[in-house]
Design a protein around this ligand. Structure first.
Ligand code: 5RP
Length: 232
């Protein structure tokens, strides 16, 4: 074990990988540990194929020697291993801090089992301190952002600020792998995640939101000396 909680969570997830499996490869720094560790097992003879959830993960998997499949080549994925921005005690997640929520959700929903890997900072009582990422079409994004703020208010969230995600010196909008924008919704505390998810899904212009509900069955929380595996 290393002293890095994220690396230790990722290593514990290797126990869920069996010879011949199709594996969803998540996005973010914790998932990057997993992809590198999986690459080491592949070099030792493990036969698996990965389905990446972002172009960044695709590049990393290619560098580390994990053979890949396109999502269009698979009918189902055996296990998806991905990080999270927040996880609550019912294994509801906020994801999308890295902007990959759309592909991450498609892969998670196609998987027989989703294994979440995280450090202890991600384990929360109530979702919402981390701004909820919502992927939206570029067309009409400002109107869509207003509707997202309405949804936060209508479902009893503590906050209703929304912000277009920007990056770089010029504060350019972040463009996702799908060519869309991201609105970060500062709910602060989400009272009813199911109601908020339904309200967001009903807004024209919303492509996907970062609430992952009913998808994760296993949560692995890494620490400095190892990892705790939690199951529902
Ligand atoms: C990317 C994600 C990531 O899994 C999430 O942001 C966690 O990232 P990290 O492992 O770097 O803390 O949802 O869209």
């Amino acid at each position: 074990m290393s002293g890095d909680p994220k690396a230790n969570a990722a290593r514990a997830a290797l126990d869920f990988i069996e010879h011949g499996m199709i594996v969803g490869l998540g996005t973010g720094s914790t998932s990057a540990h997993f992809v590198r560790q999986l690459g080491e097992r592949v070099a030792q003879g493990l036969k698996v194929k990965g389905v990446p959830t972002s172009e960044a993960t695709r590049n990393l998997a290619e560098q580390t020697g994990v053979p890949l499949l396109e999502i269009s080549q698979v009918a189902a994925i055996d296990v998806d291993v991905d990080g999270a921005d927040e996880v609550d005690t019912a294994f509801r997640l906020i994801k999308g801090g890295g902007g990959a929520l759309l592909r991450e959700k498609i892969v998670a929903a196609a998987s027989r089992r989703m294994v979440v890997i995280a450090d202890a900072s991600k384990w929360v009582e109530t979702l919402g301190a981390f701004p909820l990422p919502v992927e939206v079409t570029r067309f009409g994004f400002a109107l869509t952002a207003q509707r997202i703020a309405d949804a936060l208010r209508a479902t009893g969230c503590a906050g209703d600020e929304v912000a277009l995600r920007v990056a770089g010196k010029a504060n350019e909008p972040v463009i996702t792998d799908g060519g869309n924008y991201i609105i970060d919704a500062h709910a602060r505390s989400i009272r009813d995640a199911e109601a908020l998810a339904a309200a967001l899904q009903a807004i024209p212009g919303v492509v996907e939101h970062g609430l992952f509900l009913g998808l994760a069955q296993v949560v692995i929380i890494g620490n400095a000396t190892g990892a705790e595996v939690k199951t529902l």
